[in-house]
Design a protein around this ligand. Structure first.
Ligand code: SAM
Ligand code: SF4
Length: 318
């Protein structure tokens, strides 16, 4: 599928639940979010139908996210179904890793290719603080298990947070010396109810290169990826930088997002949404809606002009 600006759209991110077992300070308000009515949340077979239509129209890369995807009942059934759709070349998941140890083997068996794990600190008490109670040991055990069963290449997502983890950047980079892992530093984005928290804690990703002059730039074969990649001399893994704020990458954007309540977002930083779940439930064929959605994808976001969205990140999936 080609949008109005000539971009090839081949990537769908599916948020399978807005619920989460953590409360990361930049993502989920401590008291939780106003939940959608249970009936508004798509059923597993509805996610599957929508995914099938998107793949038949040209999507070949799908990511399962949330909320926390591993708290969604039926997630293995969904992954199995998606992995069997002809045309899906890459099926990945973004998870906080808390339940990964228990799920890794089954995830691999039902056809998941790989995982991205979110981890903003390597320190147990800081982890507990930023996630409002999470246990880092579970995440580390989950990563080990994912490695063991072959949910690889594993990528670690590290959100850069001022006065919280800038002193750990080097430790994260050093993980790539010995492990075939991608450590990706992501700039904190002002989103939803926690936008002001994020604005106060924003740290430009420039700090990563300023503090680590030995990093060598490498070519990223995936031109649509928002990450720029670097490597330590002799490093086994890569260091990625994702900077939606200081350097926007809309020109190469290839993605659409499906929320748990059945809305398609064509841009993470826009509140515009199309209720594809409603169209599906009306019994209409959704292919025409997909064409309209792709044609309506905006040229770029306007974050730098202070256009911040209302939905919380946990209902979109990053
Ligand atoms: N619960 C899963 C997890 O944490 O990996 C999947 C959903 S989470 C919303 C997806 C990604 O979005 C995580 O890597 C998280 O760190 C990132 N994220 C959440 N809020 C963010 C924000 N305001 N700015 C930048 N990244 C954010
Ligand atoms: Fe949950 Fe992921 Fe958001 Fe943390 S970043 S609160 S783990 S959805």
């Amino acid at each position: 599928m080609i949008d109005s600006y000539g971009r090839k759209i081949n990537y769908l991110r599916i948020s399978v639940t807005e619920l989460c077992n953590l409360r990361c300070k930049y993502c989920m308000p401590e008291k939780g979010i106003d939940k959608c009515s249970h009936n508004d949340i798509l059923r597993i077979e509805e996610f599957l139908k929508i995914a099938k239509s998107f793949v038949s129209m040209g999507i070949d890369k799908i990511r399962i996210t949330g909320g926390e995807p591993l708290v969604r009942k039926g997630v293995l059934t969904l992954i199995k179904g998606i992995s069997q759709i002809e045309g899906v070349n890459d099926l990945a998941m973004t998870t906080n890793g808390i339940f990964l140890k228990e799920y890794a083997k089954d995830l691999k068996e039902v056809g998941l290719n790989r995982v991205n794990v979110s981890l903003d600190t390597l320190n147990a008490s800081k982890y507990k603080h930023i996630t409002n109670g999470g246990n880092i040991s579970k995440v580390l055990e989950g990563i080990e298990e994912a490695k063991k069963v072959g949910l690889t290449p594993i990528k670690l997502n590290v959100v850069l947070i001022k006065d919280f983890n800038e002193d750990e950047i080097e430790d994260f980079i050093n993980l790539t010396k010995d492990y075939e892992i991608d450590v990706r530093f992501i700039e904190l984005m002002p989103i939803g109810a926690l936008k002001y928290w994020a604005l106060n804690r924003y740290l430009s990703s420039d700090v990563v290169l300023e503090k680590n002059k030995e990093l060598i730039k490498i070519e990223n074969a995936d031109k649509s990826s928002p990450a720029k990649y670097y490597k330590l001399p002799n490093g086994k893994g890569r260091v990625g930088i994702i900077n939606p704020i200081s350097c926007k990458f809309c020109d190469n954007c290839n993605r659409l997002r499906l929320t748990a309540d059945g809305k398609i977002k064509t841009c993470l930083h826009s509140d515009d949404e199309t209720d594809i779940g409603k169209v599906l439930r009306s019994g209409e064929n959704i292919d025409n809606t997909i064409v309209e959605i792709v044609n309506s994808k905006p040229k770029e976001h306007n974050l730098e002009q202070g256009d911040y969205i209302n939905r919380t990140m946990t209902t979109i999936g990053g």
